[in-house]
Ligand binder design. Structure first.
Ligand code: PMP
Length: 437
């Protein structure tokens, strides 16, 4: 008999509600690479939860650190005061900042999630511009098909059309044309050769609005949640050059790409392109507790704190900014990452992973396969009658076979924990292949 409890009075996030109600799948436990559902079936985690459990589930060290911290001091406000663990964590992160010390992204601001990190980075960017006497720079540029969470900042700069239709948005936001057409149908391993010049679209927006109105441009170095879109060669470099030329801050949203996903600690390291601000969350605490962090350059921090207009009090901070238990989780996570070399482990298995994923080429309805680090996007053609239905069917079939994948529309996204073994990669590819067939 199934252990499925009554769901009558339970609210799921409304985007997931209908599909969940149609076929409830309830996970009850997790260890290492596996979930166990309420009926005791094992499900191989092909998505590191939601791109966050990079070191695998149920890490003793992280659990112990959190429990210890909760009993030492469960909570302390971080306004007008501090506590050692938050400084310790900030310092350790700064020492491992995106791009290394030369990149200078060594100022850390803590948030409670990726969405909060995005809002924070947008506010810092606008405040920075004001603090250097550029108060007219209040616009922000996002990218079509970008995803930056579900705060009003995130949905405004993000490119998910459905969200943008439903809610009022921040004023003064515009979008770079997306890179999807350039990378689709490429079936290439690695970055698309062509399409780097799409970054020139920033020049179009500068000409349209005037550089003096634009505070920042925000992009995911690799777009995850909207279908694993890889930047064409040269794209990020040109975005950096153009934004710099016009005094526009560049924000990399590394909520997904941060903490080892690409085989380097951050995407900044992978691409060798240094932005002014980096947003992170997810892998920061291995998914154990909600937390995000924004890395800012010294220049941005200095101007905000000591610039000519820095006297304007910028009120920003969350109840859970620098939460002691989340800091403990983050510190223990960093230790685990370093002891096991996880921040670069994806690079060791990337060839095996990418061969396995590209080996699915030729199966029915696949129109593209995109891989980078320990990420894959398998794009299927949409059914003419129902976009997303094919992806959803494969999600269900994989789950029933014992593999958790993520679907965004008709693209299957995979991003296993960085501890994944080669044999497990082969099992994933084989289950996924069966499901697609
Ligand atoms: N930015 C990016 C790039 C993301 O992928 C996500 C979450 N998938 C977010 C922001 C939002 O993070 P959260 O759900 O923690 O608010």
């Amino acid at each position: 008999m199934s252990n499925t409890p009554s769901l009558e009075n339970y609210w799921m996030p409304f985007t997931a509600n209908r599909q969940f109600k149609a076929a409830p799948r309830l996970l009850a436990a997790a260890k290492g690479m596996y979930y166990t559902d309420v009926d005791g079936a094992q499900v191989l985690d092909g998505t590191a939860g939601l791109w966050c459990v990079n070191a695998g589930h149920g890490r003793q060290k992280i659990a112990d650190a959190v429990a210890r911290q909760l009993m030492t001091m469960d909570y302390a406000p971080s306004f007008q005061m501090g506590h050692p663990i938050v400084f310790d964590f900030a310092q350790k992160l700064a020492a491992r900042a995106p791009g290394g010390q030369e990149a200078g992204l060594t100022k850390v601001f803590f948030t409670g999630s990726g969405s909060e990190s995005v809002d924070t980075a947008l506010k810092i960017a606008i405040a920075y511009q004001r603090s250097i006497g550029q108060g007219t720079r209040t616009r922000v540029i996002g990218r079509e098909r970008g995803y930056h969470g579900v705060g009003f900042g995130g949905i405004s700069v993000g490119g998910l059309v459905n969200n943008r239709r439903v809610f009022p948005l921040l004023p003064g936001v515009d979008h770079l044309r997306h890179t999807h057409d350039a990378v689709r149908n490429s079936f290439v391993k690695g970055l698309p050769e062509h399409g780097g010049d799409l970054a020139e679209d920033l020049e179009r927006l500068v000409a349209l609005h005037g550089a003096e109105t634009i505070a920042a441009v925000i992009v995911e170095p690799v777009a995850g949640s909207t279908g694993v879109l890889l930047p064409p060669k040269g794209y990020l470099e040109r975005l950096r050059a153009i934004s710099k030329k016009h005094g526009i801050l560049l924000i990399f949203d590394e909520v997904i790409t941060g903490f080892g996903r690409l085989g380097t600690p951050f995407a900044v390291d992978y691409f060798g392109v240094v932005p002014d601000l980096v947003t992170t969350a997810k892998g920061l605490t291995n998914g154990a507790l909600p937390m995000g962090a924004v890395f800012a350059s010294e220049a941005v921090y200095e101007a905000m704190m000591n610039g000519p207009e820095s006297q304007i009090e910028l009120f920003h901070g969350y109840t859970y900014s620098g939460h002691p238990a989340a800091c403990a989780a983050g510190l223990a996570t960093l230790e685990v990452y370093e002891e096991e070399g996880l921040l670069t482990r994806a690079a060791d298995v990337a060839d095996h992973w990418q061969d396995a994923m590209h080996g699915l080429k030729g199966l029915p309805n696949i129109v593209d396969i995109r891989t980078i680090g320990l990420v894959a996007g398998i794009e299927l053609s949409s059914r003419p009658d129902a976009a997303g239905a094919r992806g959803y069917d494969i999600f269900v079939d994989c789950f029933n076979k014992g593999l958790l994948v993520r679907v965004t529309g008709d693209t299957i996204a995979l991003s296993p924990p960085l501890i994944v073994e080669r044999e497990q990669i082969d099992i994933m590819a084989s289950m996924l292949g069966e499901a697609i067939k």
